[in-house]
Design a protein around this ligand. Sequence first.
Ligand SMILES: NC(=O)c1ccc[n+]([C@@H]2O[C@H](COP(=O)([O-])OP(=O)(O)OC[C@H]3O[C@@H](n4cnc5c(N)ncnc54)[C@H](OP(=O)(O)O)[C@@H]3O)[C@@H](O)[C@H]2O)c1
Length: 332
Amino acid sequence: MTRRVRIALLGYGGVGRAFATACERQAPTIRAHDGVVPELVLVRRSTMEAAPVADRPAEDWRWTPCTDLSTSLHATGVEIVVQAVPGGATSATSARDDVLAALGAGTHVVTATKSHLVAHWAELDTAARSASRAIRVSAAAGAGLPAVDLARRGVRGFGCVRIRGSLNGTSNVVLEHMADGMTLADAIAHAVEAGIAEPDPRGDLRGDDAAAKMAILANLAWGPPAHEARLTIEPIDEAVAPRAKEVRNYGTALRAVATATAHPRDISVELQAVAQGDPLYGLHGAEKAVEFDCGAAGSVVVSGGRSSPYAAGLAMLKDVVNLLSGDASPGF
Ligand SMILES: NC(=O)c1ccc[n+]([C@@H]2O[C@H](COP(=O)([O-])OP(=O)(O)OC[C@H]3O[C@@H](n4cnc5c(N)ncnc54)[C@H](OP(=O)(O)O)[C@@H]3O)[C@@H](O)[C@H]2O)c1
């Protein structure tokens, strides 16, 4: 028997549309394997909302000004809210408020947005647990790279003491180009042209994006810290170019390495020369990797998976399917 599951999608940009496409493309597989069909019943953009009409392009849907989110969710009988709205400090509050409204309306939440997770983790976790609902975040820290699954479940009980990773594709590509001899401006221009970097990659090159992803992995692995984590970030700027070249001459590669330690809870993003044999050495282009240092259980490494909007859409679909097939424990 097939169960149809009503979904509201908040955000209809690159990732939101990719999620909608992934639902369509993967529907036969999910129906056959898991017996569920995700059905989009509400799509909201920044100011407008619509009920999708099957086989009609979004331009033909009847878009009306957004109404109160709780009211819309109750009216449409939504079970899962999927959120792909912009991050950034200014959006963190509204993204948080939407998650709280969704939990209050009795839905689970799957999100690709990072800012509210970093700023409001404990508050969101508490709200989800008291509503007996789940928040899932695969797309927010790795997209196609299943680092979140490992942090949340895969290394549980292994005594993981440190997580280390290369988590920002733009930083990797820009550092590679600078090692090839390009200036920072040329390296950014090439990365933008290749579709890897955003037109304004300052948040990536400052290390903010990698630090946020690492904070999310750390919270999943160890819970939120009792006191705010100590944060150290080394940005990629013009002065890094000669260092990237020099490091290459010694047979090593300069990487923006994000690290989190369990005790004390420190998060850092530092430019480090990594040698052959290091899991972060052989990354090409925008590839990412994360290493979990699990003491007696050894080092667990995950790498690969795309960072594209479509991979993020698939990661959200994975969270939706897992929620519907037994992994709906409350909170994160
Ligand atoms: N791009 C990737 O590969 C990737 C991978 C993983 C995670 N992410 C994260 O996914 C999120 C979305 O990224 P994106 O590339 O899809 O962004 P985007 O193309 O800028 O689209 C953002 C969408 O959110 C809508 N929006 C803004 N505020 C909203 C609100 N309060 N309620 C409902 N919708 C709202 C916008 O509405 P309008 O259409 O009206 O402007 C737009 O449709 C970001 O947080 C990003 O960091 C992205």
